[in-house]
Design a protein around this ligand. Sequence first.
Ligand SMILES: [Cu+2]
Length: 142
Amino acid sequence: MLRPLMTALALITLTGGAAFAEDFEVKMLNKDGDDRMVFAPDFLKIAAGDTVHFIPTDKGHNAESIKGMAPEGSAPFKGKIGKQVDVTFDTDGFYGVECKPHFAMGMVMTIAVGDVAAPDDFLAGRIPPKAKARFETQLGNL
Ligand SMILES: [Cu+2]
């Protein structure tokens, strides 16, 4: 309820809605509790224009978009191993994010941009079983 009002006010008083863009941090970790090789958090719901900072808290990880798991028209991204990558999400929809070296170990996360439902074919591509299981858990957060 609040965001549309704030956006409307921003359009009236400022140059655009981006004035209220938010920043989020996601840590790339070897271990988080009982879970190994994880993004923390591994699910985010954000708004278009928000930025996610993927932080290399532990070494040996990266964050990159997964082909076929991003809305049409969105720009793919690919962070370098062991480096921070900052991604601004401008297109509403669902994004699957993987750590390339640990994709098979299930190092994935889901980012939902805007008030949208997960597309029916979000998990239809070739996804390793451990990654698929984590995606299903993440989608359960909706
Ligand atoms: Cu990793």
